[in-house]
Design a protein around this ligand. Structure first.
Ligand SMILES: [Zn+2]
Ligand SMILES: [Zn+2]
Ligand SMILES: [Zn+2]
Length: 174
């Protein structure tokens, strides 16, 4: 077996999950991978990623910035012959939320695509108040839940949204 390519970035095609917002990356590839991951989860769970659901997901996958339901609606209706009504977008969002393909950013009343589609566990976020990008934490702080558990508290919903300024935006300050 040739070791000739030892120093070439052999794994440059492998995008590490979670290696997204706030890190330089090939977002086109990131989009493709997240969409195909969502498709696979749908197959596994025997769900239908209908054209509408996919369009809403693709709209959110366009960036790592959260979008409000009406922004998504406006985006879908841009240049479209037959306009989509809000309830259709809301239903698609509900589906995508329930399956863990997107998350709700409560403090922004907006939605963001998930970086490891399909997980059911609670997500935690870093939100840059300059570029408005949102990074989903790869290793959510389980300690929070352990403490709740110690108190015999049954958690049914958790919102962890940490606001600040990302490394890239800090470079442009001052
Ligand atoms: Zn990306
Ligand atoms: Zn997620
Ligand atoms: Zn930023």
């Amino acid at each position: 077996m040739s070791r000739k390519n030892k120093h070439s970035p052999a794994n440059s095609n492998a995008l590490k999950p979670g290696n997204f917002a706030f890190r330089k990356h090939d977002h086109r590839r990131c989009q493709r991978q997240l969409l195909s991951a969502a498709r696979q989860v749908c197959e596994r769970r025997q769900l239908r990623l209908t054209a509408r659901r996919r369009q809403v997901l693709e709209t959110l996958l366009a960036s790592h910035q959260p979008m409000g339901a009406y922004d998504i609606l406006a985006e879908l209706n841009r240049g479209a012959a037959d306009r989509i009504a809000p309830p259709i977008v809301y239903r698609a969002l509900e589906f995508l939320l329930a399956e863990g393909f997107i998350h709700r950013i409560e403090s922004r009343n907006a939605f963001v695509s998930c970086v490891h589609p399909g997980h059911r566990s609670a997500a935690q976020f870093l939100i840059c108040r300059d570029c408005e990008q949102v990074a989903e934490l790869e290793n959510p702080d389980a300690g929070l839940f352990a403490q709740a558990d110690d108190l015999g508290f049954a958690v049914d919903h958790s919102v962890v949204e940490i606001t600040g300024v990302c490394a890239e935006c800090q470079k442009h300050v001052g």
